[in-house]
Ligand binder design. Structure first.
Ligand code: C2E
Ligand code: MG
Ligand code: MG
Length: 265
């Protein structure tokens, strides 16, 4: 057994260069239209395949990458993997929107604008097939440069989404300032459909709709949660009930089998 302090020290030693060595991979979790039940998008979720410890979840290594200043190199790999998958689905005649998580720390400089413009060009990818989910691990007020960078990214035609709404730092003011087109309601609101948080879910959806935003409910685990977010007219849903994060090949099979959920009651 490796003590947790030792594990952390070993991971911190090995994380630099992990992206370059091809150890960062993307799983994809399908996103479904809550109206038709079809797969309309897929979120790219990173995993680190460590030579000794095996598969490591982003909850463990992304905060580490942020601390060590490595979130840019890992983020660039994820953007490339996401753009590549979107291009492949575009070629298959299935315009699946791919969402890539972007840390607010990646938005401190405009370098990401050139990176994304370069990827759209390289893969001849329609910009609307790429969504950037801004995850606020740091309040955007502490990274004022990010607002301008996000606006420049919007100018490229890619979709900006605010992730974990209702849980992380994202306030209504910040959502408005970012001019995002999509709001992802955090799973804590989606899963607690009774009591105070159930109200929070309804209020979050109402706010997003009032801003003219697309609403995505994440973390749907039960039929009751699915029914609730459909009743609230969320546009899209994502969660273990519908599909777990899986390999690109598995999502391809799901698409071929016309896999979706049955939207009719
Ligand atoms: P997130 O962006 O909110 O992604 C959703 C997380 O919820 C994923 O965990 C997903 O596997 C999980 N999930 C999906 N459906 C369900 C469900 O029905 N129930 C439950 N309990 N969980 C569900 P994952 O893959 O471990 O990612 C955790 C977080 O790490 C992400 O949350 C995101 O904030 C961050 N992350 C992942 N990949 C990247 C990345 O490439 N870059 C950055 N900056 N952050 C990333
Ligand atoms: Mg996300
Ligand atoms: Mg989220």
């Amino acid at each position: 057994m490796v003590r947790s302090d030792d594990r952390r020290a070993l991971l911190e030693r090995d994380l630099p260069g992990a992206a370059r060595r091809g150890e960062i991979i993307a799983l994809f979790q399908p996103q479904f239209s809550l109206e038709t039940g079809e797969v309309v998008g897929a979120e790219a979720l990173s995993r680190w395949i460590h030579p000794r410890f095996g598969l490591i979840a982003p909850g463990e290594f992304i905060p580490m990458a942020e601390r060590l200043g490595l979130v840019g190199e890992i983020g660039d790999v994820m953007l490339r993997l996401g753009a590549h998958a979107a291009r492949d689905w575009q070629d298959q005649g299935r315009p699946i929107e791919v969402a890539v998580n972007v840390s607010i720390l990646q938005l401190r400089t405009a370098a990401i604008v050139d990176t994304i413009a370069g990827l759209l060009d390289e893969f001849s990818l329609a910009p609307r097939l790429l969504t950037l989910e801004v995850t606020e691990t740091t309040p955007v007020t502490q990274v004022p440069e990010a607002i301008g960078v996000v606006h420049r990214l919007s100018g490229l035609g890619v979709n900006i989404s605010v992730d974990d709404f209702g849980a992380a730092y994202a306030s209504r003011e910040q959502v408005i300032a970012l001019q995002a087109i999509e709001l992802k309601v955090d799973q804590s609101l989606v899963q607690e459909t009774q009591g105070a948080r159930g109200e929070d879910l309804a209020r979050a959806v109402e706010f997003g709709k009032a801003q003219g935003m697309r609403l995505v409910a994440e973390g749907i685990e039960t039929e009751a949660q699915l029914a609730r977010v459909r009743a609230l007219h969320c546009d899209r849903g994502q969660g273990y009930l519908l599909s777990r994060p899986t390999t690109k090949a598995d999502v391809d099979s799901l698409l071929v089998s016309a896999g979706g959920f049955r939207a009719e009651e």
